[in-house]
Write a protein of this length. Structure first.
Length: 153
């Protein structure tokens, strides 16, 4: 069911695909469930549960309006933080490297729940037939700017 799993947003999709396609089976028994080195998406499962997915960063930037985050951004993870670790300006979405993904029954209701408790809606609920049959998503950021995709299919 892929209840909650990480998705890496990558600029060098084919290289990352080759890496994870080689190491995930050996490390945790994951098998390729969807996608290929051609991108823009690939996912590996263990016993039917998603354990890792890759998605083309430039495509995601187009969906959530990344503002100043470049798809080729290579800034260090701590860039933009004050000395005490607080953000000096939270990036549009977590710096654009990792996204948490949660499969939900109702994308709109889940997005409303996130927003009610402090998340920022960055992409409203929308059908995404180009991403998969029957797929509907919304995207929110937590208070630190970490991107969360809510999906139903």
């Amino acid at each position: 069911m892929d209840v909650f799993h990480p998705r890496l947003l990558v600029g060098r999709f084919a290289e990352c695909f080759r890496l994870y396609d080689a190491v995930l089976p050996a490390l945790c028994g994951a098998t390729l469930a969807r996608g290929s080195a051609a991108g823009p998406y690939a996912g590996w499962d263990v016993e039917g549960e998603g354990v890792l997915a890759l998605f083309d960063r430039a495509m995601m930037a187009g969906v959530v309006d990344a503002g100043g985050s470049s798809p080729d951004d290579t800034s260090p993870a701590g860039a933009g933080l004050l000395s005490d670790g607080r953000g000096s300006g939270v990036p549009p979405y977590g710096g654009g490297r990792v996204m948490l993904v949660s499969r939900v029954e109702d994308v709109g209701a889940a997005a409303d729940l996130y927003v009610r408790y402090g998340a920022r809606l960055v992409a409203p609920p929308a059908d995404r037939p180009g991403w998969g049959p029957g797929l509907r998503t919304a995207h929110v950021c937590d208070p630190e700017g970490n991107l969360v995709e809510l999906q139903a299919y």
